[in-house]
Design a protein around this ligand. Structure first.
Ligand SMILES: *Cc1c(COP(=O)(O)O)cnc(C)c1O
Length: 432
């Protein structure tokens, strides 16, 4: 019935997450509120970590892509679960350091890192910097030289793969702001520059072919393409690439009809492809990294809202307005993302009403979902939007000076706050 194992319905007919009653949570903590199941997040982390052990004989590391949902507690959990961290900004590095996350297990991505961010990463001892363009190579080389260190770098490669996903989140093809293309020769050119650059050590390659991918084939193909490039690098320059980061992008369930592949089902064929390619090209099997974000946190949270106005427009549609919207979940307005919506206090009732769920912002496009079936709702009901754990809070804004919601985690049936609800005072704290 549900998109995640963490959800259920109790004897009162209320939706539960991690065994906690969402209606009680809404009453105690107010709405809107985002609620995660910590146990389920940890289960996902372990499934990935175990699959590295199983399919790469432990010679690899799982990085949590912190942009999916970053906060101190989430960084602590990733650390406790023996993961590394994919960071994309100074702010994500800062958050992780504050949480006590070891810098050497951070991998710094991004297509336009600022000088200050690169300095910060080098000074903090961030383990790997993934360069995206030749200018970055030069900047890192110069900065590393002045501080007398050697920076370990990766290069982000465009493997040229169409992963059949939404255009906005498709990043592997040539028309992308991310990385170096293979077919134009720019990637090999930069490898040669890196081999000559001082105080940098080109140790690995990285690719990330897209997001919310349900197919296995693009991942396998990416593994093969990257291994072929590793062989080309060895033949042309003699450099042996020791680490290969294959990115994230594993799809999750937003709708009942979504059919995600099990983690192991990706890892098995991809590991075979990598090992076979290594053998075929006579290069060592690299240390493998993968970077799940959405598949760690996405399906393990719900956002709870209180229903306000219900506007029935005869022969047109019914708008159900809630006390949040694009400010806490901009994914529908950005990519028309699908979500499952339920009435949390009537979760055992049939979904007999087709509605459009709207936010409270002054923007007609501020919708959470259109033409979705839910239980018959009225003002005061609690609405639950499922699978809001990734790219929701992390993409939240203060449009209309709406404070960001609180974020909770449930562990063994008990909820606790991990991010406080913003206050009106917070809305003006940087104003002068
Ligand atoms: C966004 C991103 C990820 C995580 O993607 P998911 O779809 O959330 O798994 C991993 N690596 C890089 C470089 C990314 O940009």
């Amino acid at each position: 019935m549900f998109v995640s194992d963490c959800l259920n319905v109790n004897e009162k007919g209320h939706l539960t997450i991690g065994g906690a009653d969402t209606v009680d949570i809404a009453e105690k903590y107010g709405t809107p509120v985002i609620v995660y199941d910590e146990n389920q997040i940890r289960k996902n982390c372990r499934a990935f970590v175990n699959s590295i052990n199983e399919y790469y004989d432990g010679k690899g590391r799982v990085l949590y892509a912190s942009k999916a949902f970053s906060c101190l507690e989430m960084c602590r959990i990733a650390n406790e679960e023996n993961m590394g961290l994919d960071v994309v900004s100074g702010g994500e590095i800062y958050t992780a350091l504050k949480a006590g996350f070891p810098a050497e297990k951070m991998y710094f991505h991004g297509n336009n890192k600022s000088l200050d961010e690169i300095k910060y990463a080098l000074e903090s001892g961030v383990g790997r910097i993934v360069i995206d363009n030749p200018e970055e190579l030069q900047t890192i080389s110069e900065l590393a030289k002045t501080t007398g260190i050697t920076a370990n770098i990766y290069m982000r490669i465009k493997p040229g793969i169409d992963a059949h996903t939404h255009n906005f989140i498709r990043t592997g093809q040539i028309d992308s702001k991310f990385g170096f293309a293979l077919e134009t020769g720019e990637a090999m050119e930069c490898v040669k520059l890196a081999s000559k650059a001082e105080n940098v050590n080109l140790i690995g390659l990285h690719c990330h072919i897209g997001s919310q991918i349900f197919d296995i084939a693009p991942f396998v193909h990416a593994g093969e393409v990257m291994m072929k490039f590793i062989a080309d690098i060895k033949n042309e320059t003699g450099i042996v690439i020791e680490e290969l980061d294959l990115g994230g992008g594993f799809g999750i369930k937003y709708l009942e009809s979504d059919k995600p592949v099990k983690f192991e089902d990706y890892m098995d064929p991809v590991s075979k492809a990598v090992k076979e390619s290594a053998e075929k090209y006579g290069v060592p099997v690299p240390f493998i990294l993968i970077e799940p974000g959405r598949s760690i946190a996405g399906a393990e949270a719900v956002t709870l809202y209180t229903v306000g106005a219900v506007k029935k427009i005869p022969d047109v549609r019914t708008y159900v307005s809630v006390d949040g919207g694009m400010t806490d979940n901009p994914r529908y307005i950005l990519y028309q993302s699908s979500y499952t919506v339920l009435c949390a206090n009537k979760a055992d009732k049939p979904r007999d009403m087709t509605v459009t769920v709207a936010g409270k912002c002054c923007e007609s496009g501020d919708l959470i979902q259109e033409n979705t079936d839910i239980q018959t709702v009225e003002k005061g009901d609690i609405l639950a939007v499922l699978s809001t754990g990734a790219y929701n809070y992390s993409m939240a804004s203060n449009y209309n000076r709406v404070p960001r919601p609180a974020v909770l985690m449930v562990k063994d049936g008990k909820a606790r706050t991990v991010i406080n609800r913003e206050t009106y005072e917070d809305m003006v704290k940087n104003d002068i």
